[in-house]
Design a protein around this ligand. Sequence first.
Ligand SMILES: Nc1ncnc2c1ncn2[C@@H]1O[C@H](COP(=O)(O)OP(=O)(O)OP(=O)(O)O)[C@@H](O)[C@H]1O
Ligand SMILES: [Mg+2]
Length: 378
Amino acid sequence: MVTSSPLRFDVPVGPQQLIDRREELAELARGAGRRTAIRLAAPRRFGKTSLLHAHVAAMREVGHRAVVVDLSDVGDTAAVLARVAHAYRALDPAAARVVGRATRRAGLTIGPTGLGITVERGPAPAREQLEPALLELLDVPARLHERDGGLCVVCFDEFQDLLQAGTRLDGSLRSVIQHHGDAAAYVYAGSEPSLLRALFTDRERPLFGQAQPLELGPLPEEEATDALVAVLEAEGFDDPDVGAAVDLLVAEMGGHPQRTVLVAHHLLRRLEDADADGRPDPDELVELAVADALRATDDVHRATWRGRPKAEAQVLRLVADGIPPTGADARRLTGMAASTLGDAVERLVDDGQHLVPDGRGWRLVDPLLTLWLRRETA
Ligand SMILES: Nc1ncnc2c1ncn2[C@@H]1O[C@H](COP(=O)(O)OP(=O)(O)OP(=O)(O)O)[C@@H](O)[C@H]1O
Ligand SMILES: [Mg+2]
């Protein structure tokens, strides 16, 4: 769902609320123009889905057909089929007819949300029976192109989950889309950078070398500050203290998109609750907002910390404290060998969710996890 309310931190934001990402959108537009596929990897909550929606909106504005296919948590071929059918039938009435025919032939009815799938007759069809219908659906862009020469921009979100549904589905996809030439331009987004990378850089996989990488980094501080100050102004908070507080919070969140917006949301709550003459100063306001955000995300951090093998948890804690995770201090503090800690660093970096290289060292992706670890494991 795309929302229009200010400072949403729990759902993808609409194109109007998108902060910056101009270069990424330009890159995606260039990719569509050249029909070059793009893979977009970023950690959780970095704004992938929001960016895809903005790209779709921009592409529609210039007259292309464009759609996001949400593949998150697809568990089997039927689920993939339902998600593709749901997305493609909204492209155009002609596409909806192709989708209707393909799903009926497979004996299926797709629910209105694209999540449910009903078998029209007999027992649930096996994967082999569903695959022809899926291939037919995936070819919708080519059918539309034959009719009117138009371009379909197709953005697969959480693309790595496709393999959960079937380890050979990337091969099925490739077999259809390799013929799409001018008919379609694909974007593959995912929040598991290593899995997504493997799909496109492992020579054994069918999509090897089939998409250009595009990284989604932190938000630039100036753009984030300007955007948040504008939102707070629109809510009636437009004095210099508010600007100073936003500056502080943006710097403290280091450009992490969702964390920046989450803390800004708590700042807004604090501003609303404070009476005009007794309002805390900017430092205090940000401290309170960050504490609120930490409370709201406590269970997530606890699960990250507890759910990790011991060496990885220790590496996260060390990096949060600014201690090089394989150095002498780290070895002394943890009683672990450099190789154990080094392996843990490698696994964490490869996973791409919590630890990223930073200059010659590392930093945690989530600034709130950094603060939580400093506090909870001190
Ligand atoms: N460019 C941006 N401008 C404004 N807010 C953003 C931006 N990018 C991310 N956000 C914030 O992050 C939240 C998550 O965004 P979104 O759902 O697009 O991220 P995601 O990477 O798709 O997350 P997930 O990994 O959970 O699927 C949004 O609710 C919003 O608060
Ligand atoms: Mg998403």
